[in-house]
Design a protein around this ligand. Sequence first.
Ligand SMILES: [Zn+2]
Length: 381
Amino acid sequence: MRQSTSHRLRGAIFLFIAAALCAVAARDFLAARCDEPLFPARGATVKRLSDYFAPLRGTRADGEVFIFEGREPGGTMLVLGGTHPNEVAGFLAACILVENAVVSRGRLIVVPRANHSAFTHTEPGEALPSHFEIETPGGKREFRVGCRFTSPLDQWPDPEVYLHYPSGQRLSGNETRNMNRAYPGRADGDFTERAAFAVTSLVQREKVDLVIDLHESSPEYPVINAIVAHERAMDLAALAALSLQGEGLALSLESSPANFHGLTHRELGDATTALAVLLESANIMQGRLRGRTTAEKILSGKDGGYLKAARANLLRVPYDSSGISIETRVGRHLAGVRALTEALTTLFPDRSVCLEGIPALAEVQAKGVGAYLAAKTRSSE
Ligand SMILES: [Zn+2]
């Protein structure tokens, strides 16, 4: 009798420990499904992608859409962040636009979490941190790292071969969850194709003149610190690249390959009247040469493996022991957005957009990304 009581007690203790572990895991799992709040600058109208494609409502594809409208009529530009949420500079640059933009002419539309589902998990097998923190004047703000792909909880299983619609291009099966291989998307497609379809519908319905998709890539990848432009956007991108080079910011100009399908700069350029470009900054987290990835490393861009690779002349961008910081990467994206906005105004005065309040690269480098993110308390003002 005494032995059975002790068994029961031991069982109860194990059950209690298991329940406690489940509670902790469930808390983290559910937290990854709650968006960190953004604090839009004055005058923003907040919509969602489901306002452009209703079936997204209530799904994890339904990202926020922030619209800033100037008093004077002009053009409309769309900035996409978080097409690949693990490319954190693209997401953070979009956040800075949302939280600082002042538009006096034309319209700026920002979708900071373009692939919203991909923010809810990290890449399996990469041992990535789930979060990183940015110090702001009002305290730390925490952001998720995210993944290149739509969560398998939203779209599974992957096929052996991914057939892009409508081109029929064949890619590896896991690319079926890559939003930047899913454009223009389709209303009756899989989860990622429907999310891409919502963005394409937004571009069409809002009569977007210029789409800028913000990305990052590894320092050994050929297309890096670059503007990739659809052929109709090539003059605009060349003017922006020249202007940035005049300021000492090297940016290569790449043309969107006509036969590489599913990407924003190809498909939005083909399927809509918008001029479509993509900006790439250099992030060691994207590459295979890095050592253990920590939240600090995601922000500092410092890594011993990449330092060795730079000394062996294997990288496509300058790299030294100071790394490539989040300030430099976000600042480059913001400089690219500004230069492209100015080029739009120069080449198409009737479609001009006047965008202010966005810090220059040197300002972001000097003060940090957090200086341009709202304090967590703004919502209570
Ligand atoms: Zn990317």
